[in-house]
Design a protein around this ligand. Structure first.
Ligand SMILES: [Ca+2]
Ligand SMILES: [Ca+2]
Ligand SMILES: [Ca+2]
Length: 267
């Protein structure tokens, strides 16, 4: 190796190790062994890094509650950006089915896609007014019929195949997304639980171990959601979506996409 290359490599190695020390040492003091680091740890998350349990949840609530909000009508156009098919800019990728469908087919008819509230509207009765009902961190494009089959069911394993559901399953009281969407669903639900704690005039949303939660501000099952978070880690699509919501629309982040290990640190 020519001397100039060796010098450059050494300089790079020194610089890299100095940066890594600066980033990882604070995180190693209290976060779980599988802790990840992100570019936002020393800025956006600086008051949360190193905490666990209710202390971590409370810090994250404060951090992510500083946000912009959009109207329910504006959600249509936002989803065309946040959920754009990486391989076809005319399409969006639909939650649960994984289908790529034309952005122009937004609507309410068979074959259209519409705005799925992953934390079902009825669970806390927040509806479609600006607030939890318009929060892009849990809104996804979904096939009209698949969305209707999910309805307001809680999430759990089991059931029979959903028609056009890409491998999703359902029974009388619960819905199981296809494998590639399991972690996404878990992290969206847990974002909502941390973001909405009874302020802003809305209910305190929380996960629990039940199905058939109905109109109570709860969604189950927490143990299953935790399992799904482990089985389906954040994808490039999910990370980009989080970034677009942060940069362009709401200016807040889903902490569980940046730090999936924080799920186990809180629950
Ligand atoms: Ca069930
Ligand atoms: Ca996924
Ligand atoms: Ca809550």
């Amino acid at each position: 190796m020519p001397a100039t290359h060796i010098r450059r490599w050494k300089t790079l190695a020194l610089t890299t190790s100095a940066v890594l020390v600066g980033l990882t040492l604070p995180a190693m003091t209290a976060t779980p062994a599988s802790a990840t680091t992100t570019a936002y740890d020393s800025t956006y998350y600086k008051n949360a890094v190193g905490k666990t349990g209710t202390s971590l949840k409370s810090s994250l609530h404060t951090i992510i509650s500083s946000q912009s909000k959009i109207s329910y009508a504006a959600v249509w156009d936002a989803l065309k950006v946040t959920d754009q098919d990486p391989n076809n800019s005319n399409n969006v990728i639909l939650l649960y089915s994984g289908t790529s469908r034309a952005k122009s087919l937004n609507g309410g008819d068979t074959g259209d896609w519409n705005r799925e509230h992953v934390w079902a509207k009825s669970h806390g009765d927040f509806g479609e007014v600006t607030g939890p009902g318009t929060d892009l961190h849990h809104l996804r494009p979904a096939d009209v019929q698949v969305n209707s089959i999910r309805g307001n069911k809680d999430f759990d394993n089991g059931g029979s195949a959903v028609s056009g559901g890409g491998g999703s399953l359902t029974d009388s009281d619960s819905f199981e997304p296809r494998d590639a969407d399991k972690g996404d669903v878990a992290r969206m639900i847990l974002y909502m639980a941390v973001r909405y704690d009874g302020g802003d005039g809305f209910a305190d949303l929380e996960p629990n171990e039940k199905v058939n939660n109905g109109s109570n501000p709860y969604i189950g099952k927490l143990s299953v959601l935790k399992q799904w978070n482990d089985e389906d880690p954040p994808s490039a699509f999910e990370e980009k979506r989080n970034q677009v919501i942060y940069d362009t629309y709401q200016h807040n982040r889903n902490p569980f996409i940046d730090h999936p290990e924080w799920v186990d640190a809180i629950w």
